[in-house]
Ligand binder design. Sequence first.
Ligand code: HEM
Length: 405
Amino acid sequence: MQLFDDLEDFGSFDDVVSGDVRDPYTELARIRREEPVQRIELSMMPGDDTKPLFIAYRHEDIAQMLRDNETFSSAIVLQAFGDVLGKQVMLGLDEPDHGRHRALVSKAFTQKALAKWEDELVGTVGNSLIDKIVAKGSADLVREFTFPFPTQIIAGLIGLPRDDFPQFQKWSISLLSFTVNPERGKAASIALEEYFAPILAERRENPQDDLISRLATAEIDGERLADSEIFSFLRLLLPAGVETTYRSLGNLIFGLLTHPDQFEAIRADRSLIPQAIEEAVRWEAPLLTITRVATRDTELGGVAIPAGSSVMPMLGAANRQEDRYEDPDSFNIFRPARANISWGYGAHVCLGMHLARLEMRVAMNLLLDRLPNLRLDLEGKDPHIRGQVFRSPTALPVLFDATPR
Ligand code: HEM
């Protein structure tokens, strides 16, 4: 498929980024029970003062640390991703800079602000992707639907011309693969900034009804976002808004197609779709872990943490905690509603959650409307969710009753 030409073998890309691990959960559950705040020694030699690494596995400990963002700083994100995303990226800012930045961008992501995009953009993109497969009777929904869907929506939201979508998609893939190929990731990061710069300048002159104009003109108490902050934010939308959403949508489709009774239930009653989305995001967090650094000597779950240590909340483990969710490993859209931690928590809680939910809801409705008798194609194929950091199916081969466009 042309979309992935730029990245010769998407399968091996995903192996490198995610690891071909089908079930990390058995081991995560064991550690969560035995050592809920795990200390891992990183120092190699006596006298080496490299700090240990800590991993938090329980919901309560994770919520506590994400609430206390003075002690558990996000600055470590800049060390890891600053070269590619930019040094002003909000995900790596602490207060008060983070709060100022978030206030300036957040208006564009409220449910109310997003409502207008539902048909105009999200539905249009979804329908145009389904138009390409509807007459075929078979498809790989990852390559042909779940990946291009959020990429094109982010491009549309930003306000990029439709003709530029293919190029934007290529830069997106390069940026998202930066852990595998940092040079290529950095080149895409620079190319994106050079591409955005004249569009930003133009929108400052002639604001339109799009995200880039909102960012250019947003103002609180006379404060505005600097251009470098805007570029960092726009780049962040690729890993934060595309990678997570395409993976979650794949997990949702996989969960439903492997549980035909639940799939039939949402077909019969579309009002179940929101709870199916929440369950998919709990069951298979697209991103198993995030990261913080301790700014002072502290303690979490009774474990002493020295200043300067990295502390990683293992979101995927907390989402399958037996004392929060009954039979936590099963996919069950009918389980009692209880918040999951896949969206993060505290000051940096996902800014795009309403958009992600909107995208997944529209996508599921369109698949149900337009691909009758949708089912997994298991003939000689073995679709499955995998990954140790990011999780999703690499392919979703499906069959359906072909209909003319
Ligand atoms: C199912 C889909 C998604 C999941 C599971 C998800 C998950 C997360 C998580 C865990 C965080 C917190 C990171 C941290 O605290 O270090 C986060 C932050 C963020 N997400 Fe999402 N996300 C999703 C979709 C989106 C979408 C569609 C957008 C697009 C606009 C988006 C934009 C952001 C941004 C900008 C932040 C940073 C917020 C801040 O630093 O204050 N996310 N997301």
